[in-house]
Design a protein around this ligand. Structure first.
Ligand code: FEO
Length: 171
């Protein structure tokens, strides 16, 4: 069973994952409003994945014999300046989540909670992948600059993203 401090830190992480899901859904709504359905669909998938991350931790705590205590979720931003700014915000958020997962891992290490450390390893590689995915979109948006046709091409490509295989322990 996770120690009290690890359990509390997992609860905090669950809240962060649910907030990320909320934030990305809000970004999806903004993209819909901008007539960019591909970006919106990409963000919807991202939002679902974040919910999956929260559920993965939620299920872990319960299966480990602990108790998950849900917290309030802050309201996300609803207005953005440009597709590039949205993606940059998303990357910033992912970097915060990565730092938070690392802290949680370090705490589990300090408390000799090997089971939690093992569980968190999936999150460490997932964060690496997520930062790369968002970084790739940012790089393409920078290349496109003010070219609307290029923006629409990126929108078309992003619309083709399907839900990813989360593997065992996901939602
Ligand atoms: Fe679950 Fe992308 O942080």
């Amino acid at each position: 069973m996770p120690t009290t401090s690890v359990e509390k830190a997992i609860d905090d992480q669950i809240a962060k994952e649910f907030f990320a899901s909320h934030l990305y859904l809000s970004m999806a709504a903004w993209f819909e409003d901008q007539s960019l359905p591909g970006f919106a669909s990409w963000m919807r998938v991202q939002s679902e994945e974040e919910r999956g991350h929260a559920m993965r931790l939620f299920n872990y705590v319960i299966e480990a014999g602990g108790r998950a205590r849900l917290q309030a979720i802050d309201a996300p931003a609803i207005d953005f300046e440009s597709p590039l700014q949205v993606m940059q915000e998303s990357l910033k958020h992912e970097q915060k989540v990565t730092a938070s997962i690392r802290k949680l891992y370090e705490l589990a290490d300090k408390e000799k909670d090997y089971a939690t450390q093992l569980h968190l390893q999936w999150f460490i590689s997932e964060q690496q992948e997520e930062e790369k995915n968002v970084g790739d979109v940012i790089a393409r948006l920078k290349l496109a600059g003010d070219n609307k046709v290029a923006l629409l091409l990126i929108d078309g490509e992003l619309g083709g993203r399907g839900p990813e295989e989360e593997g065992e322990g996901g939602e």
